[in-house]
Design a protein around this ligand. Structure first.
Ligand SMILES: Nc1ncnc2c1ncn2[C@@H]1O[C@H](COP(=O)(O)OP(=O)(O)OP(=O)(O)O)[C@@H](O)[C@H]1O
Ligand SMILES: [Mg+2]
Length: 353
């Protein structure tokens, strides 16, 4: 059965709403919060306030764009974890209130499952199993998507996420937040002249570690202060190459081991053109294709939340989502929740929607 869903995403600093029907996106509205730029990072209290101010207008535009009236919706969905507690609460409470008013079920969605399954927004009949790399501001996860509703986590980061590594090193290089786009832009004018470390690359398994990169950049800058823009661009290119190299080589190793036809890259870092270019070149060598959702589905968006809600409704029906008994959980996905870095049992880390 097809469902028409109003989805809401407010886990971080975008207020987003979308209408998704039968796995197709009818509208996708994203209001970014620029108030954080002057602080060099996200200020949680300002984020919650901006969500409160924007959410109703964003939802109205999403409904208008889809020509959807409230009485023609089948469900509401919202991100409930992980993210900023206050921001999650704004979206989840709005969704619950809206669902109660229109007597609709309300589906809680894990933000990372949104990123993980966003490949279906690009290729509805994605060949499975597929390897999915989720590289975002708070997470780096490498997964095998076994079926539309079942995935196995092969590895995650021990410390900083890939996006976080871009953001933190960008600050060291004197660039504005968010650092990923700033580094990518500057790197186009530079050459990767410095070889920064590629941690855990030669180790077995699929764990990542990016916190050493910012230390290496800080040490390098202490010995070689930036004297001109050419040097800054070369350092940006060197940082980008170090992060991209690790992401590409681990992902390709997983694609080879699991013998998949398709590799999906998702999360904000997937917007990086150098990552896409190198992943495509390496995938060609092993006969796999690389799928990158459109930019509006790669960065935080509500369409991916609506898609996951749709899959959950197809699997479980609507009754379990009429209880409204879910709560928000800001805790980031970390492997130590499933075991410490040394004894994390990835074999057992199979999740179902
Ligand atoms: N072109 C780019 N190159 C590299 N990194 C980028 C690019 N564009 C965005 N990013 C990075 O992506 C991150 C934001 O992605 P996203 O919005 O998916 O993360 P998030 O939602 O904050 O974190 P999470 O999804 O883990 O909760 C930031 O760290 C940003 O620097
Ligand atoms: Mg995200």
């Amino acid at each position: 059965m097809g469902y028409r869903i109003l989805a809401i995403e407010t886990s971080c600093d975008e207020t987003a709403a979308a209408v998704v029907a039968d796995r197709r996106v009818e509208s996708n509205i994203i209001a970014s919060q620029f108030v954080h730029q002057q602080w060099g990072g996200i200020v949680p209290e300002l984020a919650s306030r901006a969500h409160v101010e924007q959410i109703w207008s964003v939802v109205r535009i999403a409904l208008d764009d889809a020509a959807a009236t409230c009485d023609r919706l089948d469900a509401v969905a919202c991100t409930t974890q992980p993210g900023l507690g206050g921001s999650l609460l704004v979206g989840a409470n709005f969704a619950k209130g809206f669902a109660l008013r229109y007597r609709l079920p309300c589906v809680p969605v894990h933000h990372l499952e949104g990123h993980l399954l966003s490949g279906f927004l690009a290729v509805p009949n994605l060949p499975l199993p597929a390897i999915v790399l989720v590289a975002s501001g708070g997470h780096t996860l490498l997964c095998v998507l076994e079926t539309t509703e079942r995935y196995r986590v092969l590895g995650s980061t021990r410390d900083d996420a890939a996006g976080e590594a871009f953001d933190k090193t960008a600050t060291l290089l004197g660039l504005a937040y968010p650092g990923g786009p700033a580094i990518e832009c500057l790197a186009r004018q530079g050459i990767p002249t410095v070889r920064f470390p590629r941690p855990l690359l030669d180790r077995e398994g699929y764990e990542f570690s990016f916190s050493g990169l910012k230390t290496a950049v800080r040490r390098y800058l202490a010995e070689h202060p930036i004297e001109n823009e050419r040097q800054r661009a070369d350092l940006a290119a060197s940082v980008q190459e170090a992060i991209v190299d690790v992401l590409v080589r681990k992902t390709i190793r997983a694609a080879t081991e699991y013998d998949v036809e398709a590799i999906v890259i998702a999360g904000g870092v997937a917007a990086n053109a150098r990552l896409q270019e190198r992943m495509r070149a390496a995938a060609t060598q092993i006969g796999a294709s690389v799928i990158v959702p459109d930019r509006e589905y790669v960065l935080d968006n509500a369409a991916m939340i609506g898609l996951v809600a749709h899959l959950k409704l197809e699997l479980h029906g609507t009754d379990r989502y009429r209880r409204f008994d879910f709560v928000v959980d800001p805790t980031p996905w970390r492997m130590y929740r499933h075991g410490t870095a040394k004894n994390a049992r990835y074999d057992a880390m199979v999740f179902s929607l």
